[in-house]
Design a protein around this ligand. Structure first.
Ligand code: BG6
Ligand code: MG
Length: 212
């Protein structure tokens, strides 16, 4: 009997690495507005929704922006970001991630995505994973962003499992907090390792955590 019946994966920073594209796109709009932005600020945007990310960037500005202006800035950022995502392909899915996903699937586990990104389906297409997962819960079906557990609660519902039957895989502290708040165990990579139920150094360690 496996320890978990399902695994819910965050996307950015777990299955693929879009940080550099988010950085380049936010940097382009911040430069245009004359707002200071660097990689340390970019790190604070991990797991955070697009509009909440913009609020963090605008902390460095002296002026107030209307809702319409904010929407326009976020749209401009997303247009640049989506152009950059064209650089991604199935070559960006590592053998380690691919083989681990297949091993979990072969062990009979349900596999879902739980990502704040509204570009989830586009990114999965770029990686050649558009038909792989049993369910996708993302920025398009939630009203509350991580650290609220909604994205994971809905993913578990979509695969017909209770939170305690699922493991959440995350790279962001906000994501681990969301998992905890929803009653999920979590496996953390990078900065998330310190806060998660299981600290992982490599993605392949998931097999040992989930199977058997
Ligand atoms: C998360 C990223 O997965 O998605 C965040 O970690 C990003 O950095 C968020 O802000 C929203 O992404 P998108 O693609 O909807 O702008
Ligand atoms: Mg992430």
């Amino acid at each position: 009997m496996n320890r978990y019946q399902g695994v819910i994966f965050d996307l950015d920073g777990v299955l693929c690495f879009t940080d550099q594209y988010h950085y380049q796109a936010w940097k382009a709009v911040a430069d245009k507005l004359g707002i200071y932005f660097d990689k340390t600020i970019n790190n604070r945007l991990r797991g955070v929704s697009r509009m909440d990310s913009l609020e963090i960037i605008l902390e460095r500005s002296d002026r107030k922006f209307t809702t319409e202006e904010k929407e326009a800035i976020a749209t401009e950022k997303n247009d640049i970001y989506r152009q950059l995502l064209h650089n991604m392909s199935s070559a960006d899915l590592s053998d380690e991630v691919r083989n681990t996903l297949l091993a979990l699937r072969n062990a009979g586990m349900k596999l879902a995505i739980g990502s704040s990104s509204k570009n989830t389906k586009f990114i999965l297409e770029r990686l050649g994973l558009e038909d792989f997962f049993d369910a996708i819960s993302d920025g398009t079906n939630i009203t509350r962003s991580k650290p609220d557990p909604q994205v994971f609660t809905m993913a578990a519902e979509f695969i017909g499992l209770a939170p305690e039957e699922c493991l959440v895989v995350e790279d962001a502290q906000a994501g681990v907090e969301a998992a905890k708040a929803g009653g999920f165990d979590s496996a953390g990579l990078g900065e998330a390792a310190d806060f998660a139920t299981y600290a992982m150094k490599t993605f392949a360690e998931l097999k040992g955590i989930c199977i058997g």
